[in-house]
Write a protein that binds this ligand. Structure first.
Ligand code: HT7
Ligand code: ZN
Length: 880
């Protein structure tokens, strides 16, 4: 495959000011007529290049006359047109087949309705066009379709006309006054029902809002509509950004490669991120919907009004918009819990990505297939970098910077450099060094040591910059590091000096490979315990010689909630890793009791959540009590990941904690019961979350009474959150109750694909190593379809990422099954196949037998004549 390089960027040699499109929609042969007003950009006599993919060109005219044959050269990826005047109109007719479009990219059908996905390079699958984000055009779109089967006809912008035609068809015209790149084009046509509301903007304009879904889902749209209205208000209040069309429409479809798409005025969503009612969706689903609706809406400014010059700038819109949606969610719910979730994702997905063969900078320098770069690095590390701008500048200065950015670049396709320059104008620190966050892959490690000199606390910092992605330099980063100190009684020790009101926290800005900071302590103070990277001020790993006592102290006393959680998690990790090492050294499993400090910290947390006076937020406690995932524990081992020992140690610790605290757990289970009708609000969500943890711990024990608690909750609860939490708790151990419950659940929800995805995912987590029969049964289950990305993520994705012992079964059976699926999927949807394949990337970290088998599967995926460029890039990099 061809490598695309940032260094090769050239501005477009022709611009397209207006695009007029007419679609005659038909399943097997949609006719697309396009009329492009072409303008030479600069002075040159080069040809015009129009991208095209799987299109049939029926005709092409220049200013109303057929083009001379020698002027057009058709290649398999587009058209080259020579001899054009400075300005002209090109008119083309193409045919596309939406039914055969199994890639879900371009114009395709989902549940019989027409829809589109154009980011990043799908528009070229609809008509020939310079399909690059720096060509901005005004679009006018006419949709013609059979009125009975396609009563709804939607596109970008404002509706300007609609009428019936004589042959049973009807027509609608949409006009988008805002110039946009082709990746933001969208149309939807089909038999859909809708709910409507209105939003009045700060300047008094009324916007008509619509959410369109398949008719049977019409009772599941209210939460998404509320989320949209909240997002519109928040973006006005927080960033001063007002909506800019008369209508804003959302459509939910079942077949979708990602979460959602921010097409101008017509967002298209994976139905998973729109549809919710309490009987079928969990609190987690409600939160996902709120944040994805917000994310796509926020793109209207960060992405659409100010867009990307080329795809190397993807994080310009994605990193910034993720930061914006994170802050929105923090404002809607618990800030600390939101931060914990963000850091969990970063540590469990982005850090591993940044340490393996797919590592790349936030601004990548080259790619083979851009679809492979919609990554946690571009999105989530990108958001962390924006967060550092925000923290370093302070909110008001940051907001001045974003105002300036939107004002200066409105209607333009720009670069990450443009964002940095605008922010740098506001900054009083070395922004050149800060730029490394965009250019250098890998997660910096900050080693921290402390000592006492006289009355001074001296803290030494050393930055370690790992060599990844062919980048070997070790120049230091600019790292804002929140830090505080606590004495042995858990009381804050001021590090900021007497002039800062004795505030416990300060933020250091580290900029050298090695540097020390000196703090004067009160006379007689001993060596305090350090709380580092508070609130996760920088996306780094912090290495510090914490012992269990330090961590227990911070878990109980740190004034930063995020770091309280982090200390507790580190304490758990310390215990688990010690046990695993011990087992390795001894050659068999050690008899270890529950460590005193950890047990006490667990009990304290649990008590704090159920105490009647000034208790802790149950949601926060639930996050603390959630044991680190097996994959995250695996990250603590750089070589020969002890897959089975990790599983065993985690299961054992869960049982020990449950055993020790069973009475308190039962008490908490009773006290946390939520009365009344389901409400999606902070208090109830928190209680349900902690109650789920509690029920999980209890069911880690083999006891019929705790199973009965789960069965009762499953049968009596009126909402999916509690019902599914109960089923999950039951799934932890084999039992008759578990098997009956799983079967009954599947029977009850067999006609609801989104609920069945939860069931498939749960079943995928339960598969035992080498249980080929169960895998075959799940694959053959009517709820599964290999053609639908949500089903694939639920079964294949969860098996490979959420069930490490079975995926990494030493016989290689798990690898083989997943690779078989990937190869099959690659035949019709390469984007999804490539995403699934990243789970094989870090094969070198496993022991010889496993590593050989994983490598073998990567080779099998790659060594096929018809391996897609998407999958070839992922597998090829993994094997290098
Ligand atoms: N900007 C979108 C990214 C995207 C996408 C969405 C749906 C299907 C395929 C896609 N490829 C890229 C989603 C977002 O970040 O908002
Ligand atoms: Zn986005």
């Amino acid at each position: 495959a061809q490598t695309v390089r940032l260094a090769d960027y050239r501005p477009p040699n022709y611009l397209i000011d207006h695009v007029d499109l007419t679609f005659e929609l038909a399943a097997r042969g949609t006719r697309v007529e396009s009329s492009l007003t072409v303008r030479r950009n600069g002075s040159h006599d080069e040809s015009l290049w129009l991208d095209g993919d799987e299109l049939t060109l029926e005709s092409i005219e220049l200013d109303g006359k057929p083009l001379a044959a020698e002027q057009v050269e058709e290649r398999d990826n587009g058209l080259s047109i020579s001899g054009l005047p400075d300005r002209c109109t090109l008119t083309m007719v193409c045919r596309v087949d939406p039914v055969d479009n199994t890639k879900l990219d371009g114009l395709y059908q989902s549940s019989g309705n027409f829809c589109t996905q154009c980011e990043p390079e799908g528009f070229r699958r609809i008509t020939f066009f310079p399909d690059r984000p720096d060509v901005l055009s005004r679009y006018r779109v006419t949709l013609i379709a059979d009125k009975a089967s396609c009563p709804v006809l939607l596109s970008n912008g404002n509706p300007v006309e609609s009428r019936d035609l004589e042959d049973g068809r009807h027509l609608a015209v949409w006009d988008d006054p805002h110039p946009k790149p082709s990746y933001l084009f969208a149309l939807v046509a089909g038999d859909l029902k809708s709910i409507h509301d209105q939003f009045t903007t700060a300047s008094g304009r009324t916007i008509d809002l619509g959410i369109y879904v398949e008719p049977h889902n019409i009772d599941r749209c209210d939460h998404a509509m509320r989320s949209l209205i909240k997002s519109m208000a928040w973006d006005e209040e927080t960033y001063g950004r007002e909506y800019d069309l008369d209508v804003f429409n959302i459509v939910a479809v079942d077949d979708f490669n990602m979460g959602a798409m921010e097409n101008k005025g017509l967002n298209i969503f994976n139905s998973k991120f729109i549809l919710a009612r309490s009987e079928t969706a969990t609190d987690h689903d409600y939160e996902g919907i709120e944040s994805v609706v917000a994310h796509e809406y926020f793109h209207n400014w960060s992405g659409n009004r100010v867009t990307c010059r080329d795809w190397f700038q993807l994080s310009l819109k994605e990193g910034f918009t993720v930061f914006r949606d994170q802050e929105f969610s923090a404002d809607m719910g618990s800030r600390a819990v939101k931060r914990i979730e963000e850091v969990n994702l970063l540590r469990q997905v982005q850090f591993p990505e940044d340490a393996g063969p797919q590592a790349h900078p936030v601004q990548p320098k080259e790619y083979e297939q851009i679809n492979n770069f919609y990554t946690a690095t571009v999105y989530n590390k990108g958001a962390e970098v924006v967060r550092m701008w925000h923290n370093l500048l302070g909110w008001e200065t940051f907001r001045r910077g974003t105002d300036r950015y939107f004002e200066r670049f409105d209607g333009q396709a720009v670069t990450i450099e443009d964002f940095i320059d605008t922010m740098a104008e506001q900054a009083d620190f070395d922004t050149a060094q800060f730029r490394r966050w965009y250019d250098r892959a890998g997660t910096p490690i900050v080693h921290v040591k402390k000592r006492i000199e006289g009355n001074d606390l001296v803290v030494d910092f050393r930055q370690e910059i790992p060599a990844v992605a062919g980048q070997e330099d070790d120049a230091p980063f600019l790292i804002p590091l929140g830090i505080a100190a606590f004495d042995r009684d858990g009381k804050p020790v001021s590090l900021s000096g007497p002039d800062r009101n004795g505030e416990p926290q300060t933020t250091l800005v580290l900029s050298k490979t090695e540097e020390s900071r000196r703090f004067t302590l009160p006379a007689g103070a001993g060596l305090p315990v350090l709380s580092l990277n508070r609130g996760f001020t920088a996306p780094v790993k912090v290495e510090h010689d914490y012992d269990a006592t330090d961590l227990a102290l911070l878990a109980g006393s740190d004034t930063d909630e995020f770091n309280r959680w982090d200390a507790y998690q580190r304490l758990v990790l310390l215990t688990l890793v010690e046990r695993i090492h011990q087992a390795e050294e001894q050659g068999d499993w050690p008899e270890s009791g529950l460590p005193e400090g950890l047990s006490a910290a667990f009990g304290r947390l649990l008590h704090s959540a159920v105490s009647t006076q000034g208790g802790a937020d149950p949601r926060f406690v639930a996050e603390c009590l959630t044991l680190p995932s097996e994959n995250y524990i695996a990250e603590q081992f750089h070589q020969d990941v002890p897959v089975d020992a990790i599983h065993r140690a985690r299961v054992e610790l869960r049982e020990q904690l449950a055993n020790e605290w069973s009475q308190t757990l039962v008490l908490a289970f009773e006290k946390l019961a939520v009365d009344g009708e389901y409400r999606f609000d902070g208090v109830d969500v928190g209680r349900r979350a902690l109650r789920a943890q509690v029920l999980g711990y209890l069911n880690a024990l083999d006891h019929p009474a705790w199973r009965r608690l789960a069965v009762e909750q499953l049968e009596e609860a009126d909402n999916m959150t509690e019902r599914f939490n109960a089923l999950t708790a039951l799934s932890l151990r084999a039992s008759d109750e578990r098997d009956q419950a799983l079967e009954a659940f599947a029977e009850e929800w067999k006609d609801d694909p989104l609920v069945m995805d939860k069931w498939l995912a749960l079943r995928a987590r339960m598969v035992e190593p080498d249980d080929a029969e169960t895998l075959a049964a799940l694959e053959a289950h009517p709820a599964f379809s290999i053609r639908n990305p949500n089903r694939v993520r639920a079964l294949v994705g969860t098996f490979s990422r959420g069930n490490p012992v079975a995926f990494h079964a030493s016989t290689g059976s798990g690898y083989r099954w997943v690779a078989d699926k990937i190869i099959e999927i690659d035949g019709f949807n390469p984007q999804i196949a490539a995403r699934m394949a990243t789970v094989f990337s870090r094969w070198r970290r496993y022991d010889g037998g496993r590593a050989d088998r994983m490598r073998g599967e990567l080779e099998r995926m790659l060594d096929r004549r018809d391996c897609s460029t998407d999958l070839a890039e992922i597998a090829g990099k993994a094997l290098k």
